[in-house]
Design a protein around this ligand. Structure first.
Ligand SMILES: Cc1cc2nc3c(=O)[nH]c(=O)nc-3n(C[C@H](O)[C@H](O)[C@H](O)COP(=O)(O)OP(=O)(O)OC[C@H]3O[C@@H](n4cnc5c(N)ncnc54)[C@H](O)[C@@H]3O)c2cc1C
Length: 141
């Protein structure tokens, strides 16, 4: 069977105070940033292209330029909704069925189809960056 990943795209829920977003697996990081940066939320990990889907980011557990500080994509997931090989939908997280969660993180789709995921985003005050005296970038108005 071939699945059209990007056809399953869109933001399902935004929890602004908690800086959490639930997005369908076919949603690209580009779509997340376009919609969420104006609301003050940025993706926690940014790879060399924003044309990556949430499902692909999980499948490869992608890294960004902040890898040494933030770790990879799946470290920032609150939960994944996964359609497994038995046809069951499981909600897995770092604390609930962690072995399935970590097998899915970087698992290249071998544990099933990611339907959607809840992502802990990074609060920002603007889309601009300012270099601080420590050399670490911070967002600025
Ligand atoms: C220009 C460029 C720059 C890049 N820079 C970086 C970088 O800086 N850091 C980095 O880590 N990577 C980088 N990559 C690699 C890219 O992030 C990964 O290849 C990523 O997995 C691609 O995501 P995709 O949405 O295109 O998924 P696909 O290529 O379609 O799939 C990738 C894997 O995820 C699985 N998958 C996709 N969707 C689902 C789903 N819904 N459920 C289950 N499994 C699924 C697929 O089966 C496949 O095994 C770069 C790629 C390019 C082209």
């Amino acid at each position: 069977m071939v699945l059209d990943g990007p056809a399953n795209s869109g933001i399902v829920d935004i929890d602004l105070p908690g800086a959490r977003v639930t997005a369908k697996a076919g949603t690209s990081l580009h779509e997340l940033m376009e919609r969420l940066v104006p609301l003050g939320l940025f993706v926690p990990v940014t790879p060399g292209t924003r044309m990556v889907t949430v499902g692909g980011a999980i499948g490869a557990d992608i890294h960004g330029k902040n890898h040494h500080q933030a770790g990879s994509w799946c470290a920032h997931l609150e939960s994944i909704r996964l359609l497994d090989g038995s046809g069951d939908v499981r909600v897995v997280s770092q604390t609930h069925e962690p072995e399935v969660f970590w097998a899915t993180a970087g698992g290249m789709g071998l544990t099933g189809v990611v339907l959607d995921a809840t992502i802990q985003m990074k609060p920002v005050t603007s889309s601009r960056l300012m270099w601080t005296p420590t050399g670490r970038p911070t967002s600025t108005k």
